[in-house]
Design a protein. Structure first.
Length: 82
């Protein structure tokens, strides 16, 4: 149960920060958590492919998730522009 709570908290923080960075991409707590969780997966995968290691712990998890969430919001913005 603690793992799920940690994922939700890290996802929420990362999604919120990514929304601030991307100006107006924040859609509420639930969407921020979802964007943050998907961003964490994307960021972890991308850093693994590139061989980049940020570190371990809470702060590095939030940084990785935030970078992934910003990339996700950017890609979604590009795909939804007309």
């Amino acid at each position: 149960m603690n793992g799920i709570l940690a994922v939700l908290i890290i996802g929420g923080i990362a999604g919120w920060i990514a929304g601030l960075i991307m100006k107006g991409s924040g859609q509420g707590v639930v969407v921020n958590i979802i964007v943050g969780i998907i961003g964490a997966v994307l960021g972890s995968w991308l850093f693994g492919v590139l061989g980049v290691t940020i570190g371990s712990g809470l702060v590095s998890s939030i940084v990785t998730a935030t970078i992934g969430a910003v990339i996700l919001l950017f890609l979604l913005g590009v795909l939804t522009r007309k």
